[in-house]
Design a protein around this ligand. Structure first.
Ligand SMILES: C[S@@+](CC[C@H](N)C(=O)[O-])C[C@H]1O[C@@H](n2cnc3c(N)ncnc32)[C@H](O)[C@@H]1O
Length: 220
């Protein structure tokens, strides 16, 4: 199944950037700017962008924060990463690494990253993958690190609403339950989960924190 999904994304990678440009005009730039501005990491910090696709968020962050020592863009589709690489080179970015791996089995040591981002991909995972991706994000985050997940709000245009509903059916019943209210799913792995709407109103940003261990050792 995962193999077939990877093939789908490999094929989609050829059209992905033009599709996004056509579908959302210049809104994506604003959305990525909104996400990037919310991610606070120290100088020399490490950021992981899950399901990076053609690298939009990873590259926007690396460009905005040249002092961040490394932004890792991770995706299981080789096709998508192939599109991301020349974009990073043409921007002259030296602080980006692209890694092919699944978001729910991360090839990194625990407590590596200061922040983890994931833009418009969480809804493309099934319920099991959603839960395991969140666990993995928590594992690789440093204590105090934050996860930023951006997702579509239900579209207003009727035709887009129908397409959105069809897409949402593919996540399965348990997944649909999560999409109705994501916060319990996030709260199972994280503390201090909040949700806000993007300035355009088209997307939402869920922010979750991995708190420092308490003396009782309950968290961590
Ligand atoms: C809609 S695209 C979003 C790309 C990018 N984050 C953006 O904002 O443009 C979804 C991406 O998630 C990736 N993806 C889906 N399931 C994945 C998984 N289990 N592990 C890693 N990547 C995955 C796909 O290959 C695709 O590149």
């Amino acid at each position: 199944m995962s193999f077939l999904r990877r093939l789908y994304y490999d094929a989609f990678s050829s059209f992905y950037d033009p599709f996004v440009r056509f579908h959302s005009k210049d809104k994506q730039e604003g959305l990525r700017g909104f996400l990037v501005a919310r991610v606070k990491v120290p100088e020399g910090g490490l950021v992981l962008d899950l399901c990076t696709g053609t690298g939009a968020v990873a590259l926007a962050f690396a460009k905005a924060r040249k002092d961040a020592s490394l932004v890792v863009g991770l995706d299981f589709s080789r096709g998508m990463l192939r599109r991301a690489k020349p974009k990073a080179l043409s921007l002259g970015l030296c602080n980006v690494a692209l890694v092919q791996a699944a978001a729910n089995a991360l090839p990194f040591k625990p407590e590596t990253f200061h922040a983890v981002t994931c833009s418009h991909a969480f809804y493309e995972l099934n319920a099991l993958e959603m839960a395991s991706m969140l666990k993995e994000a928590r594992r690789v985050l440093r204590p105090g690190g934050m996860l930023f997940v951006m997702e579509h709000e239900t579209p207003k245009k009727p035709i887009l609403r129908v397409l959105f509903a069809i897409r949402m059916l593919t996540v399965g019943l348990k997944g649909l339950h999560t999409l109705k209210d994501e916060l319990p799913c996030f709260s199972a792995s994280f503390e201090g989960v909040t949700k806000e709407t993007s300035p355009s109103g088209d997307s939402k940003l869920i922010i979750a924190t991995k708190q420092y261990k308490t003396h009782g050792g309950a968290l961590g």
